[in-house]
Design a binder for this molecule. Sequence first.
Ligand code: NIG
Ligand code: FE
Length: 400
Amino acid sequence: RPAATPGSAHSARTTTAITHISTLVTNDPSLGEGPLGLIQDAALVIDGDRIAWVGVTSKAPATDSHLDAAGQAVIPGFVDSHSHLVFAGDRTAEFSARMSGRPYTAGGIRTTVAATRAASDEQLEANLLRYLREAARQGTTTLETKSGYGLTPHDEARALRVAAAHTEETTFLGAHIVAPEFADDPAGYVDLVTGPMLDACAPYARWVDVFCEKGAFDRDQAHAILSAGKARGLTPRVHANQLTYGPGVQLAVELDAASADHCTHLTDADVDALASGDTVATLLPGAEFSTRAKWPDARRLLDAGATVALSTDCNPGSSFTSSMPFCIALAVRDMGMTPDEAVWAATAGGARALRRDDVGYLRPGSRADLALLDAPSPVHLAYRPGVPLVTAVWRGGQRV
Ligand code: NIG
Ligand code: FE
């Protein structure tokens, strides 16, 4: 592990240099080689919460303190643009049953809804913090998370209130499934979601999401919910085409959603829509891994010109992993991505899916969100699956 050498700090805002980085991923092609903007034997300077300088070590400016990365790689912190971390309990029994042959359905969500409603705010927050810390240790520095296990105005709003205390990227997913009390009245549930629930949740959310799928919400219902969210200033993102072919992707592009998530079952028209619009295709390989489903075809999307992001989908039902490196390894092994494409998708791609340009890059002005890898290059994230390569993480210039 590199040791910090304290310098003379005169101002409150100190500058820190990290030098002798074997490979620095800037994600800015104007700063280095290839689409990842790679700089070899690199250095970077952190000034307060921002990156002030990147370049080769021999040209690094003097700073207050200095850290020698001794041949390790540095990447932008991962941007996990899709998770469901406000919940209680787990679904171990469902997972075991699935691994002995039972299929995954949206119905399991009800188990987590019951546990979440029964939990206190303090329990929900403690659970969220546990997974946020777990993600941070693995290099995640920006994390979106959703409601969706409350399904009442009160329970959805408290989920988002708890989440908003810890991340700016909060998503209202009251339309995860039809609440059990409305099993015989789905139209009534859509009215609740677009009315009182949205009123209660909008102050704590940046995004609105719908699970547009058989067993959840159809095209018209999803359209109504996303449009109502939009009218309240929330930007859409959609759980689309996960379990079967369906209208989710086309709807996402039509409504200029920031992202269509899952994209497992796509027609050529879906791929064309993603390639021509601004909607990012967010692939969630942890879900296919944990539900033994077919892999999303990242290669097909990339070759068509779509923007691809990778995220964990961390949730207790379909994908209980908080590990972006694990998702990178799966995407490279099974979804046709190159190691460089997967690293981009897990950093800059996630930022694009959250319509952010202050994170996902390491260039002057970026937030100083970065991960140090105990490996000479970012290729090792896929090359050494399951190995905890992230050895240090900075968020907003602070070591976490
Ligand atoms: O993204 N697809 C819908 N929602 C989650 C699963 C939630 C659950 O099973 O609890 C997902 O896979
Ligand atoms: Fe999800």
